[in-house]
Ligand binder design. Structure first.
Ligand SMILES: [Zn+2]
Length: 236
């Protein structure tokens, strides 16, 4: 059983964590964008078997689960991997940007491989490569420091970039990013597609013939025998 801890960063009302008003007049909240991707990852994984998944944020967006509590939830769950979804800021209305993937400062080769796999899949599907010098990087991030399994924090584009923001606001971008994360998790956990049941017949009926007789009396006798045995029977 491959255990996945999935986190939508922040909560709905985290101060400052939103799109830049001059680009997005609605000032879409970061948590909304993070949660949208996480929900899609959860839904896409439902086609697979061999994993269990724990969302460690408050999926209603109403309360802010502290970083300590998020890490503790993932640790208690015994997660094999920790994936945190965020969106970036820091360009202040400029035109650069792109997806980034973070780990803690000092991590295993395995964690670095997971970081690269997630990043490569997202770039392959979204093309949001941007212009960061080191899109695969490390930092002293609490989420990654406090968790005891390989942990990757994804920054899925900049909320204050004239290039990224219109893209990351679209449902299509969230869809592609989620598909990429799902693919990476399927690969990492060796997850298998669930067997799908054959679709139900749309009221189609299958008739069974039990005999054909020259004498009508013999046909009637067979009908009686069949009815005695509990079957519906008719002469045609
Ligand atoms: Zn964030």
């Amino acid at each position: 059983m491959y255990k996945i801890a999935l986190n939508a960063g922040h909560y709905m009302n985290t101060p400052g964590k939103r799109c830049l008003k001059s680009i997005d007049p609605k000032e879409t909240r970061e948590w909304y964008l993070n949660d949208r991707i996480c929900d899609k990852v959860e839904n896409k994984l439902k086609a697979y078997t061999g994993y269990s998944l724990l969302r460690i944020d408050d999926t209603t967006g109403k309360t802010n689960v502290t970083l300590n509590d998020r890490a503790a939830k993932a640790n208690n769950f015994g997660a094999d991997v920790y994936v945190s979804v965020h969106h970036n800021a820091g360009i202040n209305g400029g035109s650069g940007g792109g997806v980034m993937a973070y780990t803690y400062l000092k991590v295993s080769d395995k964690t670095k491989q997971i970081q690269k796999l997630l990043y490569d899949k997202i770039i392959e599907k979204t093309g949001l490569k941007g212009n960061r010098a080191t899109p695969l990087t490390s930092a002293n991030l609490a989420e990654c420091r406090l968790t005891s399994m390989p942990a990757v924090l994804l920054e899925c584009g900049f909320m204050d970039s004239t290039v990224d923001t219109p893209i990351i606001l679209t449902d299509a971008f969230a869809e592609k990013t989620a598909a990429a994360i799902c693919e990476a998790l399927v690969q990492l956990g060796g997850l298998k597609l669930k067997e799908t049941k054959a679709p139900a017949d749309n009221g189609k009926l299958y008739y069974v013939q039990v005999g054909a007789y020259k004498e009508k009396a013999n046909a009637e006798k067979m009908v009686q025998n069949l009815k005695k045995a509990g079957f519906d029977a008719v002469i045609k």
